[in-house]
Design a binder for this molecule. Structure first.
Ligand code: PMP
Length: 365
């Protein structure tokens, strides 16, 4: 079949660099510790398995397209109104839905230099123009974002905490960003890692949504809830945004098992607390161990750390990646984010963390 004869995609599509997920397998290595996708080492709440066992799912029937039960469960857990919640097939889908719904060709979508790659992909897929704003010290710079706003700007994406840097903007800065935006620009607060922020001032992001018609918060079950495989995300926004996105969304965008699992997981506060505690203890230990090896680590509030490697031959990030993956420890290359000298490591199980550090120690010796 000749691909050269295929009709051309619409403008912008061939400018997209396809998203490359973290590797799961390494040729010739039997046991792989995947520390490349920020998944939870604790897995999902036991309440998910219990809910599966208790429910007789009719796989021949379409799932509830409006995700009533899941939205109610999320609303209960966070003290929100279910009418302000829309669920997605992962928060990735919601980021795309926002772009499809609010961006037309000629419009601009703004995101930060080291922000999550999906923003640029979805802005281009919507036929709009991506605008990347320089960070300062690997952290979003509110003044620079505000300076990038033009009459064409319709969406501003801020991952907070940010992936892959792990950096965080305090709520005072997020408020200042929102205050500086025109009312016709939607601020999308991507809070995929929110639960790991011990200060809990991400809940102030929820207040910002409640008080304003142009702020959206996206959340996920993929990280703290350990359910990345089922693809469950949600967003919190005012009714007008929910209504507009509902018109665009696929009719049955979450499958029947995801709907049950999400509703069971969100109520298990103790499991979330265990995952936060595990992450805090091990993030500290991992950072200390890496620094003892002479490696610079960007202070992180997420469930991952960004490790900076020297540019000395034999010690580079690319070589570290080869060395570690040959021993079964798969970290994430972040060259695609403009960080060729760094690797991102998910905080994993005790065994995975200690093994990766031991392998890095040999590598750095
Ligand atoms: N936002 C950020 C900042 C992320 O890191 C991720 C996952 N890599 C997502 C959104 C998407 O998560 P999901 O689609 O699994 O909900």
């Amino acid at each position: 079949m000749s691909s050269t004869e295929s009709p051309r995609p619409k403008p912008g599509i061939m400018d997209i660099a396809a998203y490359v997920p973290g590797r799961e397998k390494v040729a010739g290595v039997d046991k792989v510790y995947k520390l490349s996708s920020n998944e939870s080492p604790l897995g999902p709440s036991p309440k998910v398995t219990e809910a599966f066992a208790a429910r007789n799912v009719d796989l021949a029937a379409y799932p509830d397209g409006a995700a009533h039960e899941l939205r109610e469960a999320i609303a209960r857990a966070h003290g929100l109104n279910a009418g302000n919640i829309l669920c997605g097939n992962g928060s990735d889908e919601l980021l795309g839905l926002l772009c499809q719904t609010y961006l037309a060709p000629g419009d601009e979508g703004v995101f930060t230099e080291y922000g999550f790659l999906v923003y640029k992909i979805q802005i281009l897929a919507a036929g709009a123009t991506p605008v990347s704003v320089p960070d300062t010290d690997l952290t979003a710079n509110v003044d620079a974002i505000l300076a990038a706003i033009t009459p064409k700007t319709k969406l501003v994406f801020l991952a907070n905490p940010n992936n892959p840097t792990g950096t965080y903007l305090p709520v005072s800065e997020v408020r200042r960003l929102h205050a500086g935006l025109p009312k016709n620009v939607i601020l999308v607060l991507d809070a995929a890692y929110a639960e790991y922020v011990r200060r809990n001032d991400y809940e102030a992001g929820i207040e910002l949504v409640s008080a304003n018609a142009n702020v959206v918060m996206t959340r996920t079950f993929s990280k703290i809830h350990g359910l990345a495989g089922l693809r469950i995300g949600w967003m919190y926004a005012n009714e007008a945004i929910i209504d507009a996105c509902n018109r665009v969304r696929g009719p049955f965008n979450l499958n029947a098992l995801a709907l049950i699992a999400g509703a069971a997981a969100i109520g298990d506060r103790a499991h979330v607390e265990r995952a936060v505690e595990h992450n805090e203890i091990w993030r500290d230990r991992v950072c200390t161990a890496l620094e003892e090896l002479g490696l610079a680590v960007t202070p992180s509030v997420g469930n991952f750390v960004l490790i900076h490697f020297p540019q000395t031959a034999g010690k580079t990030a690319a070589e570290a990646d080869e060395y570690l993956s040959a021993r079964g420890y798969v970290l994430r290359r972040v060259a695609g984010y403009g960080l060729p000298d760094a690797l991102r490591m998910t905080i994993g199980s005790e065994e995975a963390n200690l093994g990766a550090i031991a392998a890095l120690k040999e590598f750095m010796a």
